[in-house]
Ligand binder design. Sequence first.
Ligand SMILES: [Zn+2]
Length: 464
Amino acid sequence: MADKIKSKIGIEIHGYLITKEKLFCRCATNYKEAVPNTNICPICTGQPGSKPMLPNSEALKKITAIALMLKCRINLKKIVWQRKHYDWPDLPKGYQDTMSGAYSVPVGENGEYLGIKIREVHLEEDPAQWNPDTGNIDYNRSGLPLVEIVTEPDFSDSKQVSKWLNKLVLAMSYINALNSDAGIKADINISINIAGKQGERVEIKNLNSISAIEKAINYEILRQAELLEKNVRVRMETRAFDETKNVTILMREKEIAEDYRFIPDPDLPVIQIKQEEIDKTEKTLPELPHLKIERFIKRYKIDEDSAAVLSSNLELANFFEKITSKINAETAARWVTIELLRILNWNKKELKQVDIKPEHFIELLEMVEKKKITELVAKQILNEFIPKSFPPAEKMKKASIIEGKKEITGICEKVLKENKQAVDDYKSGKQEALKFLIGRVIEKTQRRANPKIVYEVLKEMLKG
Ligand SMILES: [Zn+2]
């Protein structure tokens, strides 16, 4: 059955933009760490008489950057903030300010990312967080800037959707645009066709993780296919996904566009993006992850897996490129993707959270290449590079093995003086006293003394 099904899937993705302040007020955006209802003011709690401030310019810049990354045409037309009205406990003003809605002009449109067409990209404010079980509302989230990315129904299965979404989130991380800790929320629309039998478009609302999106699509395709197979019509409707039961549930039949009574918000200025701003932003955009992977393979002759791992994090990719200025690319790729990631993961840190200087990393690898140290020693030194790296050669000098008889003799003399009892014990025939004395010497040298030489020296000294 499955091979006859042709699905058309489109997504509307909502993600939190990374900004310091909310969209229309100065309140902080760290809603997760903050105590509930502390990042608030009269504006974002919708007090009577309060008026929004000018829209956050950082959010506008980021939304333009996102639209450009997704190859959208940026609208030079006037963009009007619209009030989208609905009654819900999480919406103190009674409306949400958005760039979407009937007759709206989005920031970007007609884009494309990895073979999927982007219909539009726009900005809106988040409502508050309402807990239907307790009735509590947290206004920390009210007024946070949200990006909405709407695709055309170009996807054909759930795996394609989840892969694409992961790559989208990665690309957004390159411009520090999307708060990946906050996750994404999505609405999905699916219509299927089996051997000429066409179902109508069904929408699934409020999916809040990539895995839920994947499961909901899989369930919905099978549900619709079963109906069509039985010659039952698949009607246009809106459904919700029950994650515990892994099924979609009918929310409302027939998709009548809800009446949100969109009207332009008279308290907010019309936005007009200038061509020079677009040109300026375009210059700052980083290379997209999939293009970086291609370039790494071609330029550095490394395998695709390593290129993908390096490109999974912009700082890591940049770090690797710095290392390749002095170290051959294959060695650099191996040490960055395996050893550096090993110590970062072990310490639960990201590269940007620690201070590892590329020149120290290069010096370490050069010492291995010149066989001054073994790989094992290099790995041990690397372990100590967190939280801050250091010149490894200097460290090695301090950590070098002590083998000079003269130096060892000096230390042994001290140890014998300090441990008269053990000396007497040894002289009266207790062999284990020697072991104890060797241990003391090794300890005194921070384990740097060669034990064999210590043994020989002590034995000689204890003879006399
Ligand atoms: Zn506020």
